[in-house]
Design a protein around this ligand. Structure first.
Ligand SMILES: Cc1ncc(COP(=O)(O)O)c(C=O)c1O
Length: 485
């Protein structure tokens, strides 16, 4: 039964609160500040509570169900993170407060800078960027400024593998540079032969290469050291898209593999669910020779052992107002401290184990390119099933919603036709993974025996199939009288 919407149950004069009679003289209220004609619904308190509670339940959430959204990593956010982020000493700070009265928060920022540098093998870290894509832009601007300061201003090309996230070429273009695509080889690695010819041909014009490792096929590049060597030999720098760092914590340090710059998606790797448009953090780590170029201010410890803000000497400047998305930083710090070095390694090991378990359960039912390889934290299957020619990835994704599973990422990466990108994350139990695998196997069977069931899915969701392009481009954000929505 669909419940009545709040404007429909509005009745003139109904109130959610009753205030006691006023026992002080009325204070004058400026007439031009009065908005008497607001068309607000008139409802009781219980109606308001039900309205908002119902709205909060319309979306699938990580707290209510499995959310295997590859690349976007909707991982569990431990509740202790929320306790820490809400501590009044953090939550009530004002960003304009002077440094002396914010030493605790600055100690946290300083410690997080150092922890992240240690975990990934870099010399210095900025916590300013607000998201992964923002971290990429920051990193590429650092690379460009460093090379231009050396007088190599002819450099204007960035190599981007075809398996890259769309933000990599977008960042390159936003930085005023040219994208050159490097294809993958048959094993899903960067094609070394083509990379060799590109670096040989364009070496003097290369700013560098952006490499996601593990890549968006969920594969660790088997030739990563050779890739790094070729780019360095050509005089370019290597950028690490560290969005998938959650697969290699405590196992591999990109800085030691030769990466010069890397962004971390704190909101993926160190909890704080990703997506939903919420705040994130795309911290950036750099090798020692780039430390002076970091955006600032960053937190340093001065000679009096106090924490102070400092602008690095050759900084590309500020990339965000104030001090980054501080509450996300508190969550990441809490997560790292709570796990410690051993625990972080276990996070990655479990994420990889869970993904391989699911891949093994599904590979005889769904095509999975590269399933002969061990995947990392995610893998990419295909929604093309033998004996079900009319069924595609979207049908499978929509049918999954009938079983209360959030669908995996669909149609990405672009180099896999009908991609279904699955990332179970480290916290899910074997029972949950089995329930998900059993459901996908059942759906594959339905695709052959009752394809209409998939074509008309979802059957129980609050909304059916949407025109997703129209929904994104032509949003109706207003509801009620006079909205026209
Ligand atoms: C591989 C990769 N790179 C970059 C990004 C961009 O990160 P963000 O969405 O925080 O901008 C993502 C997003 O999850 C990603 O998966």
């Amino acid at each position: 039964m669909s419940e009545p919407l709040i404007y429909e149950i509005s009745r003139a004069g109904r109130r959610a609160v009753s205030l006691p009679a006023c026992d002080v003289p009325e204070a004058p209220f400026p007439a031009d500040a009065v908005r008497a004609d607001l068309p607000l619904p008139e409802v009781s308190e219980i109606d308001v509570v039900r309205h908002y509670t119902r709205l909060s339940q319309l979306n699938h959430s990580i707290d209510t169900g499995f959310y295997p959204l590859g690349s976007c990593t909707m991982k569990y956010n431990p509740k202790v993170n929320e306790v820490a982020a809400r501590l009044p000493g953090f939550a009530s700070l004002h960003p304009l407060q002077d440094a002396l009265s914010a030493q605790g928060a600055m100690a946290l920022i300083h410690s997080l800078q150092e922890l992240l540098a240690e975990i990934a093998g870099f010399s210095a870290v900025t916590l300013q960027p607000a998201a992964g894509a923002h971290g990429e832009l920051t990193g590429v601007l650092i690379m460009r400024k460093y090379l231009y300061d050396r007088g190599e201003t002819q450099r204007d090309i960035i190599l981007v593998p075809d398996s890259a996230h769309g933000t990599n070429p977008a960042t390159t273009s936003m930085s005023g540079l040219k994208v050159m695509v490097v294809p993958s080889d048959a094993r899903g690695n960067v094609n070394l032969e083509i990379l060799r010819s590109l670096t040989a041909k364009h070496g003097p014009h290369l700013i560098g290469l952006m490499l996601t490792n593990p890549n968006t096929l969920g594969l660790f590049d088997e030739n990563v050291e050779e890739v790094v060597r070729l780019v360095h030999e050509a005089g370019g720098l290597v950028y690490g898209d560290g969005a998938n760092f959650n697969a290699i914590l405590g196992i591999a340090k990109p800085g030691l593999l030769g990466f010069d710059v890397m962004h971390y998606n704190l909101h993926k790797t160190f909890s704080t669910p990703h997506g939903g448009g919420g705040p994130g953090s795309g911290a950036v780590g750099v090798a020692a020779f780039l430390a002076d170029y970091l955006p600032g201010p960053i937190v340093v410890r001065d000679e009096d052992d106090e924490y102070a803000w400092q602008m690095p000497a050759k900084s590309i400047g500020r990339v965000k107002a104030f001090w980054g998305n501080f509450a996300v930083l508190v969550r990441a710090y809490t997560y790292i401290r709570m796990h410690g070095a051993e625990g972080l390694r276990q996070v990655s090991e479990n994420a990889v184990l869970n993904a391989n378990y699911l891949q093994a359960r599904l590979r005889d039912v769904y095509p999975i390119p590269h399933s002969d390889r061990t995947c990392m934290h995610e893998f990419v299957a295909q929604g093309k099933l033998e004996g079900a020619p009319g069924i595609n990835t979207m049908d499978i994704a929509k049918r999954l919603m009938d079983f209360d599973f959030h669908p995996p990422t669909v149609y990405f990466p672009l180099i896999v036709a009908e991609a279904l990108m699955v990332e179970p994350t480290e916290t899910e139990s074997k029972e949950t993974l089995d329930a998900f695998a059993d459901t996908l196997i059942r759906i594959a069977e339905e695709a052959r025996t009752d394809p209409e069931l998939l074509k008309t899915a979802p059957h129980h969701a609050p909304v059916k199939r949407l025109d997703e392009v129209k929904a994104a481009k032509d949003m109706v954000l207003c509801y009620g009288p006079g909205c026209g929505g």
